[in-house]
Design a protein around this ligand. Structure first.
Ligand code: SAM
Ligand code: SF4
Length: 314
């Protein structure tokens, strides 16, 4: 269906937990989040009910996210139930990759079509420093397991952070020479812990093109502008929410793990879907879509949302 600005909305990002086994410095506070009573978090049945209502309203693609979706109990059952929804064309999942060694094959069997794996650095010490808890080795093994399980067109999502990983752009690009992956550089957005970080951390996506002029532009995909190095098996994506205004092309809505519909990642506006069923649920989602904000205001001020990224679903 169309929102109040005439944009087609066909993409739902559904967060299945706000918990995570990492504590990435830009995303989560050191102490993590207060563990909520599990009744505050959408049940498997509620996830499926919301997804079904969204698909009836025209959603064709769902991405499961979090927090870390793979720490959610019942994640495979959620995938199975969502995959069985008639009319859903694509079921995707964004993960930090840490648990893929065990879960890639079951996820594939449960019907997940595509995976995005977040990976901000290729250096083990930096990886541990940024995630505070993680091991690069686990993620690299997870990427291998995903390929072995039959996931094609893997996307590796790298948040570009000045002074942290901008000296690794070349190493990430190099990965695309031998692997059919899409390495995507994402601009850091000022929200949660990183809202107060120094300006120098917030690099523009264009920095990648400036440093690597050999990148040749290819067709875009959604909000990602895409490139390829000559002779490379894989591709490079630039997702630039800060410097490239793509709100007019935004097709997504989000539902947080506590059941709030958000039309925009950066808006304070939320609409509770808890306790709604059938037509009432559909009407609420419809209303949320109609009220989707025209654009964010990151060019003028930090994100308006009081939530951290793991509490929304990135
Ligand atoms: N835990 C999973 C993961 O890391 O892939 C899924 C949730 S995580 C919040 C989704 C994505 O949001 C990750 O790629 C993460 O790097 C990104 N992210 C978190 N905070 C961000 C920020 N302030 N700006 C840009 N991307 C951010
Ligand atoms: Fe966890 Fe993903 Fe946030 Fe890192 S970016 S703390 S992996 S939710």
């Amino acid at each position: 269906m169309r929102d109040g600005c005439g944009r087609t909305i066909d993409y739902l990002r559904l967060s299945v937990t706000d918990l995570c086994n990492y504590r990435c410095r830009y995303c989560m506070p050191t102490e993590g989040v207060c563990k909520r009573n599990h009744r505050e978090i959408l049940s498997v049945e509620e996830c499926a009910e919301i997804a079904e209502a969204a698909v009836r309203l025209g959603v064709k693609k769902i991405r499961l996210t979090g927090g870390e979706p793979l720490v959610r109990r019942g994640i495979l059952e959620i995938c199975r139930q969502l995959r069985a929804i008639p009319g859903l064309e694509e079921l995707c999942l964004t993960t930090n990759g840490s648990l893929l060694s065990e879960l890639a094959a079951p996820l594939r069997e449960a019907g997940v079509d595509r995976l995005n794996i977040s990976l901000d650095t290729l250096r083990p010490d930096r990886f541990h420093d940024m995630t505070r808890l993680g091991s690069l080795e686990d993620v690299m093994a997870g990427i291998g397991a995903a390929e072995a399980a039959g996931f094609r067109d893997l996307k590796l999502d790298t948040v570009l952070i000045g002074g942290f990983n901008d000296d690794e752009i070349g190493d990430f690009l190099h990965l695309t020479m031998d692997h059919p992956w899409e390495v995507r550089f994402i601009e850091l957005m000022p929200m949660g812990p990183c809202a107060s970080w120094d300006k120098s951390c917030f690099l523009r996506g264009a920095e990648v093109l400036k440093r690597y002029p050999a990148l040749q532009e290819i067709e875009p995909n959604g909000v990602a502008r895409r490139y390829r190095l000559p002779g490379a098996k894989g591709t490079v994506g630039l997702i630039s929410p800060m410097s490239h205004e793509f709100c007019s092309e935004c097709r997504r809505i989000r539902v947080t793990a506590d059941g709030k519909l958000k039309g925009c990642l950066h808006s304070r506006e939320e609409l509770s879907l808890r306790g709604l069923h059938g037509e009432a649920l559909e009407e609420a989602i419809h209303r949320g879509i109609l009220q989707k904000p025209r654009q964010h205001h990151l060019g003028e001020r930090p994100s308006d949302t009081p939530r951290t990224m793991n509490q929304i679903g990135g």
